[in-house]
Design a protein around this ligand. Sequence first.
Ligand code: GLY
Length: 394
Amino acid sequence: MNNCKYFLFAILISYSCSSGKKYLNESELITNAEEQLTYALEIAEPLRDSILVSPRTIEDGKLKLVKSSDWTSGFFPGNLWMMYEMTGKDFWQNEALKYTLPLKKEQWNGGTHDMGFKMFCSYGKAWEKTNNSEFKEVLIQSAKTLATRFNPEVGCIRSWDHNSDKWDFPVIIDNMMNLELLLWAAKESGEAYLKDVAIAHAYTTMENHFREDNSSYHVVDYNPKNGNVQNKHTHQGYSHESSWARGQAWGLYGFTMMYRETSNEDFLEQAQKIAEFLLEQPGIKEGRVPYWDFDAPNVPDEPFDASAAAVMASAFYDLGYLAPDGERYLDVSEKLFLALSSPDFLASVGENKGFLLMHSTGHKPHNSEIDVPIVYADYYYLELLKKRSSSMLN
Ligand code: GLY
């Protein structure tokens, strides 16, 4: 066991003993996920049809499935691909394919920036696991479609087309997550402009989305004719000047990924600035799952956002290995992972409509998806479980 793995292992043991809670180890967590996702498939299957293709959350006590065009449609197939990767069982590959293929038409959907979430989490994993060139073609087309939303005057991909009364060219911090598809497609297709688009978007975001303290705004609205910033707003956070927890997590993940994929030190520096901001937020260093917004007014009587914790924990893990002084990031990733793996957040098998994690918050200001399971929390949690279990094997 090398030093880093020993360090993770030691934290796991001491934390488990001192907290008095029962923690499953990695292989038990994988078995637990298999059982829970088998249950999820049992519930989802009768509800699935040619329109509603992918589970998203629980609404009014029922499992809610969404259309392929929904921004979350790629996460459930992604979860099934990760189960295949972690278990090697054909069952999971067959189920993953079943839930991936209905998303194919989204490669042509230029009406949103969410292409990476939808296609890289589903078809990206399908390609990685099968090397089927048909999947590769779908992904390259998806990247080209996403790049049509790039405006060279602004230097960004336009995120949303809705709320045109409020914003002319809204760019949200979440959009950083969709750049990985572009970088991958540039490499695989030789279309260098896809990488140029991703890099330009990241630099423009670095310039305009961040405050002095390295927290980020959710939405920056640009003038599409000259690229001037017109407004800095929130959409899903508490207020324009607050720090929406999942937004900070998207930023951390996005800039860490940009550094991993390009080796450009500017992106590492930005990722570390975001990391330092997060480590200053109450409870994060100790691995407490954040409330939905770091400035929510009624803490501790505010809903948690386990999805923010899962995205952050996965990003902190990568940053821990990429940054020269990364041990403190591995430490916080470990602690957040343990918190999510505790009975406070990890559902018992056969409950929670088959979702792994409880207590996420989607859109509090719209009174939507508050303190519920949401599929993307499971995705980033499983991603981290997969990384941790494969690093322990090596
Ligand atoms: N990308 C939308 C969200 O994080 O809710």
